[in-house]
Design a protein around this ligand. Structure first.
Ligand SMILES: O=C(O)CCC(=O)C(=O)O
Ligand SMILES: [Fe+2]
Length: 197
C-alpha cells in the first residue's frame, strides 16, 4: 500500500472510502482528455414507468470477460479495455487489493446530466460488491440516502482525480445519485469498476 490519503465516510451500515487525490492533477488532466476523446460514448434509451426516455448522460461499458451488464432495462455489451483504462484499473487494484472485470463509464455533459437514485445491487455483482468509482473533470455533488429513511442523507463532492470505494453492505442499505445542478458547469467523466461474474 502506498501513502495515499483516504478517509472513511461516517455512515452506518456502509463501508465507503474517499481518496480525494488518488491521481495527481496532471495525471487526471491527461486521463480526462484521453477518455473524453477515445471512449465510444453512447446515449441509451431507458424505460421508466412504461415511458421511454434518453438517459441523461452518455455511457460505455468495458470488460475483460465477455459478460454483459444489465440495469434499468438496458443490456450493455462490453468493449475491450483500452491501455489507458487498464492503467487506471491497475492502479486501483494495486492500491485497494480488490480486482475488477468490468467498468461502466459515465459522461455528464453539463449540469442537466445526472444519475438518479439507485443502488448497484444487480445479482451479477454478487452479494457485497466492491465498486471503485473514479472521477475526472468538473467536480459534482454525490449523495447517499438510506433506503429505509430517505431523510437520512450524506453529501460529498467528487473531485477531479478522486476515488470513491463502496463495499461491504453499502448497496443493501443505501442508494446514491448525482443530482442535476442549475450551475453552468463543464463535463465530468466517471468510471465505476465492478466485478461481474
Ligand atoms: O457518476 C458517479 O459518480 C456515479 C455513477 C454511478 O453511480 C453508477 O454508474 O452506478
Ligand atoms: Fe451507482
Amino acid at each position: 500500500m502506498s501513502d495515499l490519503f483516504a478517509r472513511k465516510i461516517e455512515m452506518e451500515y456502509a463501508e465507503v472510502f474517499h481518496y480525494p487525490e488518488f491521481f495527481s492533477k496532471k495525471e487526471a488532466d491527461n486521463y480526462f482528455k484521453n477518455l473524453q476523446k477515445n471512449i465510444p460514448w453512447q446515449q441509451d434509451t431507458i424505460k421508466v414507468f412504461g415511458k421511454t426516455h434518453l438517459q441523461p448522460r452518455l455511457t460505455a461499458f468495458f470488460a475483460s470477460n465477455n459478460l454483459n451488464y444489465s440495469y434499468s432495462n438496458i443490456t450493455m455489451k462490453p468493449h475491450h479495455f483500452s491501455e489507458k483504462l487498464k492503467e487506471i484499473k491497475h492502479k486501483i487494484e494495486t492500491e485497494t487489493q480488490h480486482y475488477f472485470t468490468s467498468c461502466l463509464a459515465n459522461l455528464y455533459r453539463d449540469g442537466k446530466d445526472s444519475n438518479g437514485w439507485h443502488a448497484d445491487d444487480e445479482k451479477e455483482l454478487g452479494k457485497n460488491p466492491v465498486i471503485a468509482s473514479v472521477s475526472f473533470g468538473t467536480e459534482r455533488v454525490f449523495k447517499f440516502r438510506k433506503k429505509e429513511d430517505h431523510k437520512i442523507q450524506h453529501k460529498m463532492i467528487l473531485e477531479h482525480g478522486s476515488l470513491l470505494i463502496m463495499k461491504g453492505e453499502t448497496q443493501h442499505f443505501w442508494q446514491h445519485q448525482i443530482p442535476k445542478t442549475q450551475k453552468k458547469i463543464g463535463e465530468r467523466i466517471n468510471l465505476t469498476f465492478r466485478n461481474i461474474i
